[in-house]
Design a protein around this ligand. Structure first.
Ligand code: XBP
Ligand code: MG
Length: 254
């Protein structure tokens, strides 16, 4: 089947949101609540093993804070902290703190021009996706994405394939008609689990993860003036940055 749609992860793929975005917002929420929790950069890298902010906070307490005396209604505390974190995160984005990664806007625009359908499959909260698109491209960019699959719309987050299966179902497409774009091992486990060929653009937190079976592993999507480096996967003759022609070749090598 020919290439019809591109499905993008958000955090780490469209923008480097984790270290200077989500992490900072979690710490602001903890401080505001009077908790002595603080996630430094290396610790946050370990916590990224668990996707989803609420799930990540629970994992932190179980794994790193056996001393923490959980209140009776711990689920409520987690929900309140997460709501505060989302407030801090979206405010930070609204201040323009996080740009899109290299090549992302160009590729989205070229895909639209070429008539490819585009969608999002992410673990993060829907408001965070909106805030990122609004602050980087503009509110009109929300309508570019035919489906935005995000957050708790499926109960099992990545590495479960559920969010990708949800998006494919809403698009009414087989996995074989699409390409997924991811930055992490949890992400590619989810996209591969849904049967999708996957393009990886690594970042500082994910560089050393296992991307076995990826269609290609790059350091970035790239631009004409800042070409990508191919870290693993299919060689691309003469290619310097991801464009629609290259995506079609990666999707249908024959
Ligand atoms: C992204 C995540 C998210 C964010 C936090 O994973 O793990 O949990 O860090 O978002 P992926 P929320 O890029 O694989 O989708 O706090 O809104 O859950
Ligand atoms: Mg990601």
């Amino acid at each position: 089947m020919g290439l019809e749609a591109l499905i993008f992860d958000v955090d780490g793929t469209l923008a480097d949101t984790e270290r200077d975005g989500h992490r900072v917002a979690f710490n602001e929420a903890f401080a505001e609540a009077g908790l002595d929790w603080h996630w430094d950069i290396p610790l946050y890298g370990k916590l990224l093993a668990v996707t989803g902010g609420k799930e990540r906070m629970r994992y932190y307490v179980e794994r790193y804070r056996p001393d923490f005396r959980k209140p009776e209604d711990f689920d409520k505390l987690v929900a309140l902290l997460h709501a505060a974190k989302t407030r801090h995160y979206t405010a930070l984005l609204a201040r323009g703190a996080i740009p899109l990664r290299s090549g992302v806007l160009r590729l989205l625009e070229e895909a639209r021009m070429a008539g490819l359908r585009i969608a999002i499959a992410t673990t993060t909260t829907p408001a965070n996706v909106t805030a990122l698109l609004d602050s980087t491209i503009g509110a009109h960019a929300q309508s570019w994405f035919e489906v935005i699959g995000a957050g708790d719309v499926v109960p099992a987050k990545k590495p479960a394939p559920d969010i990708y299966l949800y998006v494919l179902d809403r698009l009414g497409l087989e996995a074989s008609a699409c390409l997924a774009f991811e930055d992490s091992e949890n992400g590619i486990r989810a996209s591969h689990g849904a049967g999708l060929k996957t393009v990886i653009a690594v970042n500082d937190y994910t560089r050393d993860q296992d991307f076995s079976g990826a269609t290609i592993v790059l350091d970035q999507f790239g631009e004409p003036e800042s070409p990508f480096r191919v870290l693993a996967g299919a060689p691309v003759s003469g290619g310097r940055y991801l464009d629609v022609a290259m995506l079609r070749k990666l999707h249908d090598p024959a």
